[in-house]
Design a protein around this ligand. Sequence first.
Ligand SMILES: [Fe+2]
Length: 234
Amino acid sequence: METIAPKCINQLVKELNSHQVHSNELVSGIVSSISFDRYEIEAFNTFNHNLKDSYGRKLVYDSDRFKILVMSWLPGDFTAIHNHGYTEWGSVHFFGEATHRLYENSHGTLDVICKEQFGEGQNAAVCGNLTHLMGNNGKKAFVTLHIYGKDSDENKVADDAMVYLPEFQKVATTSGTAYLNLDRSLIKSETPYNAFSDEMIFDYFKLIAPFYCRNNQSELLKKLESKINNEIFS
Ligand SMILES: [Fe+2]
């Protein structure tokens, strides 16, 4: 992919290509130095994404070393809990207020360790083993700009990303997609997994319920509610 518009993306590509070795500090400095025009980035929006996809995802640049994507977040859009596979460095730039959760796998159990909001103009660092979830818990749609890169020659950026799916008691691997209720065609492998802390489950189910609501998955919602009632309040 050689020709890229708008100018701010071209500048980002040029700056990233001018370094052989990258760290998150370097990438954060580059991203902070560029004046991103929200309206130019919004031209790549996928707010019309299929509502069965839990957010909009558009690739705007791809090379051996890094990918740039624009993600689109309608109210109620969320990722599944995921990491970024072989990504060695990266960044997310926010053009609206996003809900974010950070997770840690401690002794085989996944727990939520940080609940936060990111605002317009903020940047967050990304690496392969960052296990997180993000989405739109507000009322206004927005986009985010994502950079995922690696300097080593082995593997592909974001390949073998792990996606935790507590509502199906499993963990899957994908080529980077982190949709809720992943379509089978996007799953590379999957393993049964059901070691989640009660706090994590309660928080997660509240965040993802609107997605299953809009897709009329009432049976699954009932299952989630019953799990919360049985495990949290009994
Ligand atoms: Fe992510």
